[in-house]
Design a protein around this ligand. Structure first.
Ligand SMILES: [Zn+2]
Length: 81
């Protein structure tokens, strides 16, 4: 696998490596949520050494129980200068 460019999030990144990033998740039913990666991991009892895609694969919508239809990672606010 090609190495990701610095600063470019990749689903194969480990949770700890992107733990401060905001992960926005949206379901096909329209329900969405945004939380820091570490928060999703804590709620899902996910080991931070696992890749982010595994965390996303485990997610279930709190309204309909469906899988996340789209996800987006954005930089933590405090790093935007
Ligand atoms: Zn849903």
């Amino acid at each position: 696998m090609a190495a990701a460019r610095m600063g470019q999030p990749c689903p194969g990144d480990r949770i700890w490596y992107r733990q401060d990033w905001m992960l926005h998740v949206r379901c096909t039913c329209g329900h969405g949520a945004s939380r820091p990666v570490w928060r999703w991991a804590a709620d899902g009892c996910m080991d931070s050494r696992r890749p982010i895609w595994e965390l996303v694969a485990r997610m279930r919508c709190s309204r309909c129980g469906g899988k996340a239809s789209s996800t987006q990672l954005t930089e933590p606010e405090r790093q935007r200068r």
